[in-house]
Write a protein that binds this ligand. Structure first.
Ligand code: SF4
Length: 435
């Protein structure tokens, strides 16, 4: 989501004459767009600012804006602690950046802009064309969270759930397609909680949006992330069956394989329900694969709870999951609970990652000498190699003297490693034929 937000910030400041520079020494305005999910996120921001101060020691100071969830969580405190910062701007307020920049330029005042105004934000952003021209683009359709898992800061930094207008999303999707996008990933903290009611009172859910996007001729692939198990509805499962452009992989965070721990986490789903969702989706889309997130060593996790997580992994055979030892976030309910012994938690994480890695390796081995359909996104730096992704989000690299960017090709896989698959081109670009 931060990548999407950064691109939209650029769209907002382009009319002011700003362009992106890869050389930070050239920057007149420096935007540090931050994420609060990982541990020590705030320390990292101050570390980055320290680095910036060194770089600009004998030069004119650039304007420095800290945006995103760390800015939201720390707000005034950041301005007090680090005088180098000119403004803190929350994720729901970045649409105001052009005015904030002008204000700082004219009045030299520090700015704290951290309100929760998702409706105003999207009303303003809808007026600014999305100029992102990547083959694979992100499109935010929903923000915020009402779930309040006990370990998570998102409801406090991104605010309550808000869904954008369906028509505005379609307009932005068409802009991205006109710019050259072949694949769109719909984004939201709870993307499948998407629900928009139009002026006539008609409700649209994520499945309705996917069905409409599926009809856009030059769009080839649709994905969505991140989902909550409680919002996987019948119509969404049916969309996986009926929409051929909806890719057969779902990132469905489970966090733990123990219903007892899920209850302590306030996840509002249990393992029986999770298995039912996986089974229903497999019936609707037999080749579908799953990836997930795991928190290991959550307060109260016993060896038995941990073994239930391993059992779940073996049963579902997740590909490409994320796993971390639990670390507490200030202000969350879980931060008041006693931590599991860290040595034990680390050992559990290593065991879990070994199982995930083994499953992933077996899965990738199954591709050898087989063909997979790849959408190529870009050329690798200074090499005649192209990077793309297959339907299951596997990274695929092939050698080619011809430009493959934006092409969808069948690739025969010859090798794999931890990072992805390597292959050779089998087919020419897909063409439609009607008789
Ligand atoms: S559903 Fe996701 S974003 Fe919301 S509180 Fe839980 S982990 Fe955080």
């Amino acid at each position: 989501m931060n990548e999407y937000d950064s691109n939209r910030i650029l769209d907002l400041v382009k009319p002011m004459g700003y362009v992106v520079t890869d050389n930070s020494l050239d920057a007149d305005c420096y935007v540090l767009n931050t994420c609060h999910i990982r541990e020590k996120a705030t320390d990292k921001v101050y570390h980055d600012i320290g680095r910036l101060k060194k770089v600009f020691r004998n030069k004119k100071k650039p304007m420095l804006l800290v945006t995103g969830c760390v800015a939201q969580a720390e707000n005034e405190e950041m301005l007090n602690r680090e005088k180098y910062i000119d403004g803190v701007v929350g994720p729901q307020s970045y649409y105001q950046i052009p005015g904030i920049i002008k204000n700082i330029e004219n009045n030299k005042n520090k700015v704290n802009c951290t309100e929760f105004e998702a409706i105003e934000k999207f009303d303003s952003l809808n007026l600014v064309r999305n100029t992102n021209s990547k083959v694979s683009s992100f499109l935010t359709i929903q923000e915020g969270c009402d779930k309040f898992c006990h370990f998570c800061v998102v409801p406090y930094t991104r605010g309550p759930e808000h869904s954008r207008s369906l028509d505005e999303i379609i307009i932005e999707a068409k802009q991205l397609i006109d710019n050259g996008s072949k694949e769109i990933t719909l984004l939201g903290q709870n993307v499948n909680a998407y629900e928009y009611k139009n002026k006539a009172g008609i409700k649209f859910r994520l499945a309705d949006l996917i069905i409409k996007l599926n009809e856009l001729k030059d769009l080839k692939r649709i994905r969505y992330t991140t989902s909550h198990p409680n919002d996987v509805t019948e119509d969404l499962i049916a969309a996986h069956r009926s929409c051929e452009k909806l890719m057969p992989i779902l990132h469905l965070p489970v966090q733990s394989g123990s219903s007892k721990i899920l209850n302590t986490m306030n996840r509002k789903h249990n393992i029986l329900k999770y298995h039912k969702i996986v089974n229903d989706l497999r019936i609707a889309k037999p080749d579908i694969k799953f990836s997930s997130d795991f928190i290991i060593g959550y307060p109260g996790e016993t060896e038995d709870d941990f073994n239930q997580t391993i059992n779940l992994i073996e049963k579902v055979q997740f590909i490409n999951s994320y796993s971390f030892v639990y670390s507490s976030r200030p202000g969350t309910p879980a931060s008041k609970l006693d931590n599991v012994n860290q040595e034990i938690a680390k050992k559990r994480l290593i065991k879990l990652q070994t199982v995930l890695e083994k499953n992933n390796s077996n899965y990738k081995e199954g591709f050898i000498d087989k063909s997979t359909e790849v959408l190529f996104e870009n050329k690798l730096d200074k090499q005649n190699k192209y990077f793309g992704r297959d339907k299951f989000l596997n990274a695929v690299i092939v050698q080619s003297s011809k430009d493959l960017t934006g092409k969808i090709l069948d690739i025969k896989i010859n090798a794999f490693n931890h990072n992805g698959l390597f292959g050779t081109i089998l087919s020419n670009e897909k063409r439609n034929f009607a008789a």
